[in-house]
Design a protein around this ligand. Sequence first.
Ligand code: UD1
Ligand code: CA
Length: 453
Amino acid sequence: MSVNVVILAAGQGKRMQSTLPKVLHLLAGVPLLSHVLATARALNPAHICVVYGHGGEQVPDTLRAPDLSFVKQEPQLGTGHALKQALPLIDGRKDTLVLYGDVPLISETTLQALCAGSGERLRVLTAKVADPIGYGRIVRDDANAIIAIVEEKDATDLQRQIAEINTGIMLLPGKRLVSWLDRLSNRNAQREYYLTDVIALAVKDNVKIESCGPDDPSEILGVNSMRQLAELEGIQRQRNADRLLDAGVALADPSRIDVRGDLHCGRDVRIDINCVFEGSVELGDNTVVGANCILRNAKIGAATRVEPFSFIDDAIIGKNCRIGPYARIRPGTKLAADVHIGNFVEVKAADIGIGSKANHLSYIGDTTIGRNVNVGAGTITCNYDGANKHRTVIEDNVLIGSDVQLVAPVTVHAGATIAAGATITKDVPAGELTLTEKKQIVKPGWQRPVKNR
Ligand code: UD1
Ligand code: CA
């Protein structure tokens, strides 16, 4: 689309009661402004410019990208003054779409409709709301044509009864913009340069004014307080849940799932309560995710079960695996099919082959494990010598007893068996039983201490 997009994001957001700039507060795990940016980008505009101000450089520092420009508004003298700061950065021949950084649910469909058509016109996104308090009101004449937007603080009692409000989002004709912004004054209740005053200027200049409404009423909701942010989080959660349900995913409770990123599910996926999905997560056909799991940037193979209270971070899990309950899978882990990782097992940067199991209380880090290996309870790879990390290699069909320490770098060759309690510091030969001797001693007549009275 050949328009400029300017996103106003300089306001302080006093009512957030926070030092973080308002537009950096998170909705579904990403900054409010990122939601608006994603929608703006979907329109494929000529240019996107963000007007920031409050909170110093945090906004550009967090969201800098090659396709964006940032301009600082300092001091913040109103929405009209904010848009004026962007003028040097945008193409004056093109129309300009104004968005708000704190109105994150606005949809591409609504914006497409707002920008539709051609010719010189000013288009405003308006909505009829049950409680218009705080919003600018849309004033129409007897012929129902828009003649002004009046801010709450400047409105007469009669105007305050108008239910149609200004969402703030509008499309402005490129050729008029400079002259209109230059003609704004701050003679109003808030001593601000109101962007909304361009409506009256358009009337004067005989520019056609049109309005349209949002696709869905929740799209126009802004965030001014933590309460409103929580409300929007709820709406976003419901939207995500609806999308998953419509795609055939069985959710134990749609109000208890948080998707903070992209979740792609195959067929017949079941997700129990209180699960969090962050970044990009893919669940294969017939996977089951138990209650209270967190999955971040993970790919889970078909028919794998992730049992309750498991945390999977940046890992690829094969099909038919069983993970948890209480498993922690850390970055760089790759599990082949039919792998079992049980309770209180931590796996990091490990590559584990088909059918291998570590079912209880282990740490497996910087390790390559072959097929059909059984790692006994309490076994630890000692990968860190205090300065560097080293790798452990365990080949196919190895059986490791309980409570073994594998001091890396070390290789356990195929088919080896390691007895319980061994501390392995040298490579283990294939096919043999290896143990490190510890003598069992009996102390005849020894007595347990008794409590002092
Ligand atoms: C504005 C509109 C009002 C509309 C309402 C919708 C004006 C004068 N009023 O009112 O008609 O109903 O939004 O929510 O436009 N901002 C800046 N620089 C500034 C002031 C604001 O960048 O100097 C940004 C804010 O960060 C925010 C947006 O502009 O993203 C709106 O500012 P806000 O103060 O919330 O405007 P309202 O007074 O609510
Ligand atoms: Ca506002």
